[in-house]
Design a protein around this ligand. Structure first.
Ligand SMILES: Cc1cc2nc3c(=O)[nH]c(=O)nc-3n(C[C@H](O)[C@H](O)[C@H](O)COP(=O)(O)OP(=O)(O)OC[C@H]3O[C@@H](n4cnc5c(N)ncnc54)[C@H](O)[C@@H]3O)c2cc1C
Length: 417
């Protein structure tokens, strides 16, 4: 709330500094209207300190009954029925074959569980996976192998595919019932749709696209790039529960699974009204070739940047990638120059990758690029500038001309056969 006190002398200095034209002079007194955004420009200019922003003191609430770290389990969408039917193995009932061929736990869930385990241990609380599905397919075994203590399961035919209204209603109800301290979602199309809806329903905060998670003084410390990636922001949500974050695929490392360990299965009943479903999926079209590898799944990525100079020279990377059995990636500069298509851009506004080997040719190592590849197992950087930032994250660095090194590398690999 903003107030103008009796101290106002009607000098009018506040009127021109207001970027929202929210101040008028009436009877020699400043009057602020509803266009005010509380930006504070008028407070600073006022020579007699007559304008004050009165902020409500946030009341310290007791959150001691909120416990546990929850991970939303993302399942693959049901496959196109026509192709699934064609693929049904001989002797299997068609309907069952369709179900079995679909709804797998997506790898990003395992990444979140691995990160969530560390948070839960730090808090001394349980790690719980939340599964909304039309049919349980012993998910508790896979989730238990990644050290989930419990699996909350809601089975309902309405969960046969993702739907914003249906899923957010169920998650909101579960959260209100069990009160987790932390809830993590994948920053996928599904997670990015679901998490804000749940946050709005629960009236809690949400930190999107986190690249780091930790516990600080009992609170979830959420790190993410801010201001176009020029700084890393550390965000805490002390005044609401659960503390919610989305995390991009390929950012967190998956821990080694311990097979044989099963999460305790807790079946939950949630009343789902069919009329909640406002969107009906009529047709699903897969735009990429079925079975084609995505750069996010590649085990070896050979990336190039502006230092590759031309589209022709950039193409040499294709040969190296072919010899190594990998895929070609690119910096945003290389994409902007038309060297490679946008789907291959690695980084903050592209794809996050986490291959076994990441090779970077002529890439400077801007923070927006680094956030998209830093969790690769081995990073090899080739740059002619010894001071290039990419060397700060590289496992191996070669200072030299990419155009001299690349043909030699290709030659050596060809000789090896
Ligand atoms: C909001 C926002 C989002 C962004 N998102 C992304 C993103 O997703 N991904 C991304 O990559 N960038 C992103 N950027 C852009 C980023 O800031 C950098 O501009 C970009 O990564 C630079 O690409 P580069 O390293 O190829 O080019 P440059 O920074 O120009 O670096 C070229 C490098 O090549 C080296 N070099 C030149 N010639 C040779 C040679 N012959 N041999 C060896 N080395 C050579 C140079 O020494 C230099 O280090 C984003 C920026 C913003 C503001």
């Amino acid at each position: 709330m903003i107030e103008v006190s009796q101290k106002c002398i009607g000098c009018g200095k506040c009127v021109p500094v207001c970027p929202f034209a929210a101040i008028q002079m009436m009877e020699k007194k400043a009057v602020i209207n509803e266009a005010c955004t509380l930006c504070g420009a008028c407070v600073q200019i006022c020579p007699v300190e007559a304008i004050n922003i009165v902020r409500e003191e946030s009341v310290l609430k007791d959150f001691s009954n909120y416990k546990g770290v929850w991970v939303f389990v993302e399942l693959s969408e049901p496959e196109d029925k026509a192709s699934a039917h064609r693929a049904a193995p001989a002797g299997k009932p068609q309907a069952e074959a369709v179900i079995e061929g679909a709804r797998k736990i997506k790898p990003v869930t395992f990444e979140l569980l691995s990160a969530g385990r560390k948070l839960a241990d730090e808090l001394g609380q349980e790690l719980c996976a939340v599964v909304l599905t039309d049919k349980n397919r012993a998910y508790e075994k896979e989730l238990g192998a990644l050290d989930a203590d419990k699996m909350y399961l809601v089975e309902n035919p309405e969960f046969f595919e993702y739907n914003t209204d249906i899923f957010s209603t169920a998650i909101t109800a579960l959260v209100n019932r069990h009160k987790p301290a932390v809830m993590l979602y994948p920053a996928t199309i599904q997670g990015r749709d679901l998490a804000p809806r749940v946050a709005a329903a629960l009236y809690v905060g949400l930190t999107a696209d986190c690249t780091g998670l930790a516990i600080k003084d009992g609170l979830l410390l959420q790190s993410r790039p801010a201001f176009g990636g020029n700084i890393m922001a550390d965000i805490l949500s002390p005044n609401s529960r659960p503390q919610m974050a989305t995390v991009r695929p390929n950012v967190m490392k998956i821990s080694d699974p311990v097979y044989g360990k099963t999460a305790v299965l807790l079946r939950e009943e949630i009343k789902i009204d069919k009329t909640l479903r406002r969107v009906k999926v009529l047709e699903r079209k897969i735009t990429r070739e079925p079975g084609a590898l995505k750069i996010s799944d590649a085990k070896i990525v050979v990336s190039g940047g502006r230092g590759m100079k031309t589209k022709e020279k950039f193409k040499t990377l294709e040969e190296l990638a072919r010899l190594l059995g990998g895929m070609v990636g690119a910096s945003r500069a290389a994409v902007d120059l038309g060297f490679k298509e946008k789907t291959r851009q690695v980084g903050q506004s592209g794809t996050t990758v986490s291959p076994s080997i990441y090779l970077a040719f002529g890439i400077s190592g801007a923070v927006q690029h680094i956030v998209g590849m830093k969790s690769s197992d081995v990073i090899v950087a080739i740059n002619k500038d010894p001071g290039a930032s990419i060397f700060n994250v590289a496992t191996y660095g070669i200072v030299g001309d990419a155009h001299e090194i690349l043909p030699k590398l290709i030659e050596a690999l060809k000789r090896k056969g």
